[in-house]
Design a protein around this ligand. Structure first.
Ligand code: BTN
Length: 247
């Protein structure tokens, strides 16, 4: 089934436009794509640099019919779908850093920002926003201390079609949402774990208002939490946090 794709030359943020459309009744998998964004947002209040002509900036409306406990898996499945889309369209070995940063050769090539709204008189609305550095030249990428920014062209040596990545991402997100909606949480988590970029690595997780956790990255659990095995044998389950490599 086809759903509309709304295209814009420039938007402040495709997530805002997708939320506006969703609140006006747009169906699940309605997509919004912009050639550039003037106020692209990343996770944790960071900006997402969104120059025109080179990157993919897209958002999808989701009306997930899943139980509340599976909501964190929604954010994982959007990243999983993005990693699969990049792998299939570029043949690059795209992997996922929990919860949903997409890395190629341990450098960040894409990210997902999931935002939700719970209207007083309706079902929850979720928006999944995907930003991919597609044909961005290294000199135009933002500075990032760990997991430095990269682009698909920088990693593969040739340009890629933004449209192909977009349609594959929509297709894979539809697929995994159907799986989750029909009780396949374990299948989603298994597919995510198979593409985990940091499995077995020594990591440090900072949590807002919580303790810093150090240990070995042990994948995601059935609820989408990150498992960290500490040196004293304790297994920590992280619901939200920022993951860094212990170097
Ligand atoms: C991150 O890694 O911090 C998430 C980045 C998400 C960026 C995308 S670009 C399309 C959509 N619109 C936004 O304002 N943000 C997301």
């Amino acid at each position: 089934m086809d759903t509309p794709i709304y295209r814009f030359k420039e938007l402040a943020s495709t997530n805002d436009e997708a939320m506006r459309l969703a609140q006006g009744g747009a169906p699940a998998f309605t997509a919004v794509v912009a050639d550039s964004q003037s106020s692209g947002r990343g996770r944790n209040g960071r900006a997402w640099v969104s120059p025109g002509g080179t990157g993919l900036y897209a958002s999808l409306v989701l009306h997930p019919a899943v139980r509340a406990g599976d909501i964190p898996l929604l954010t994982l499945l959007c990243g999983l779908s993005a990693a699969e889309a990049i792998r299939e369209t570029t043949a690059l070995d795209a992997r996922i850093k929990w919860p949903n940063d997409i890395l190629v050769n341990m450098r960040k090539v894409a990210g997902i920002l999931c935002e939700a709204s719970i209207p007083a008189d309706g079902d929850p609305i979720a928006i999944a926003g995907l930003g991919v550095n597609v044909n961005t030249l290294p000199r135009d990428l933002p500075e990032r201390p760990l997991f430095p920014a990269t682009s698909l062209v920088a990693e593969s040596g040739h340009c890629h079609e933004r449209e192909e990545i977009l349609s594959k991402w929509i297709e894979r997100t539809r697929h995994w949402t159907r799986v989750l909606e029909s009780g396949g949480a374990r299948e989603v988590v298994a597919a995510w774990n198979a593409l985990d970029a940091l499995r077995g690595a020594g990591i440090r997780v900072t949590q807002a208002g919580g303790p810093e956790v150090n240990g070995t990255e042990a994948g995601a659990d059935a609820e989408g939490r990150l498992l960290v095995l500490a040196g004293d044998g304790a297994l920590h389950r992280i619901l939200a946090g920022d993951v860094k490599l212990n170097v």
